[in-house]
Design a protein around this ligand. Structure first.
Ligand SMILES: Cc1cc2nc3c(=O)[nH]c(=O)nc-3n(C[C@H](O)[C@H](O)[C@H](O)COP(=O)(O)O)c2cc1C
Length: 352
């Protein structure tokens, strides 16, 4: 059996293979509610054989959305639609996860297919918050720096969202601390220039991430995994870096975080990122080696043999796939044929 299709047990859950669907916003919700698009989109990837699906960035408060089309979990009324998705995914032996998110200064944007610009006025706009009043793009208005009371409210919103996610049947909760969104904005000295206990030193910049992790860990049952996605580097001199990612991971591990999903970038619009195949895998490897944490690697992983090599070389434990699974929901079925000469297609498709 290939490594890619070898199950892995993490805490109380067993993933049937190492293929994780990466969270990918669909920008297709109304008022945060999931609909038929989300159901078909996620359940197709379960039918296609993914071991785990991490649902797209799902906002913990309305102002935490990137766009007005983002999914949300700030209201008990969101739970029912999510429950339909998690029940169906589980029916195909796939573990459902959810990424809980707050966009901070990268919020209030138009849908990508409308250009994705920040919306300043109009029905779909809201004022955006951040650690410091520093805009993402030069032409955008400065965000409002959060007060201590507002920071506590964000932490509480993550905790309440986690409780709802458990009620909705998700077995993995992934905290989004990557890609330049709110928690990452606190981590990086480039976006966090606070002078209080949330800014300055490494200990202060990681404070919000730790408070969110503690708040979520406190309320979720042992049967649910806690994962964190980070950007291992800002790819900019003077920004958040790999050394700090290693140090943060060590602390998160002690707090009970079970997987680090290792991405990069997203904080600075002008970062130069050498996006070659597997360009972020080296970060996962360093973090795994130096912390012993279970790591997922993401970023331009597209070939079954490439994924198998990463697992064999112990670069990472999980293969997190984004665009490959958008292009081919049945990629795991194809990969199993290549690596193990096995047909894992649902019986209904056996004759194909
Ligand atoms: C359409 C789209 C939406 C995305 N939305 C999210 C998201 O909600 N949360 C997140 O952490 N990353 C998001 N990403 C980044 C992906 O999860 C992934 O990290 C990135 O695409 C690199 O992996 P890939 O080369 O396998 O696509 C998104 C990417 C795409 C293409």
């Amino acid at each position: 059996m290939s490594k890619l299709f070898t199950p892995i047990t993490i805490g109380d859950i067993t993933l049937k293979n190492r293929i994780v669907m990466s969270p990918m916003c669909q920008y297709s919700a109304e008022e945060g509610f999931a609909n038929d698009w989300h159901f078909v989109h996620y359940v197709s990837r379960a039918v296609g054989g993914a071991g785990t699906i991490i649902q797209e960035a799902t906002a913990v408060i309305p102002e935490g959305r990137i766009t007005y089309g983002d999914l949300g979990i700030w209201d008990e009324r969101h739970i029912d639609k999510f429950r339909k998705i998690t029940d169906a995914i589980k029916g195909y032996g796939t573990i459902p996860g959810i990424q809980l998110a707050h966009a901070g200064r990268k919020g209030s944007c138009d849908l990508p297919w409308n250009g994705g610009e920040e919306l300043i006025t109009g029905d779909h706009a809201w004022p955006v918050d951040a650690p410091s009043a520093i805009a993402f793009e030069k032409n955008e208005p400065d965000p409002v720096a959060l007060s201590k009371t507002e920071i506590d409210a964000v932490t509480n919103a993550f905790q309440q969202a986690a409780l709802r996610a458990v009620k909705a049947g998700y077995q993995i909760i992934e905290i989004h601390a990557a890609h330049g969104y709110l928690i990452h904005q606190f981590l990086s000295p480039l976006s966090n220039q606070r002078t209080d206990e949330y800014g300055g030193s490494f200990e202060n910049r990681i404070r919000l991430a730790l408070e969110v992790v503690d708040a979520v860990a406190q309320v979720i049952p042992k049967s649910v995994n806690l994962w964190v996605r980070i950007s291992a580097t800002d790819w900019v001199e003077g920004g958040w870096n790999l050394q700090e990612s290693v140090a943060l991971t060590k602390i998160l591990k002690e707090k009970g975080v079970q997987v680090i999903d290792v991405s990069s970038g997203g904080l600075m619009p002008d970062a130069i990122i050498p996006a070659d195949p597997g360009y972020q895998s080296g970060f996962a490897e360093t973090i795994k080696r130096e912390t012993g944490m279970i790591t997922g690697s993401v970023g331009l992983l597209t070939e079954a043999v490439q994924m198998e090599t990463l697992l064999t070389m112990q670069v990472c434990d999980l293969i997190v796939l984004g665009r490959k699974l958008l292009a081919d929901p049945y990629f795991p079925i194809h990969a199993s044929r290549i690596l193990d000469r096995k047909n894992i297609a649902p019986k209904q498709y056996g004759r194909a």
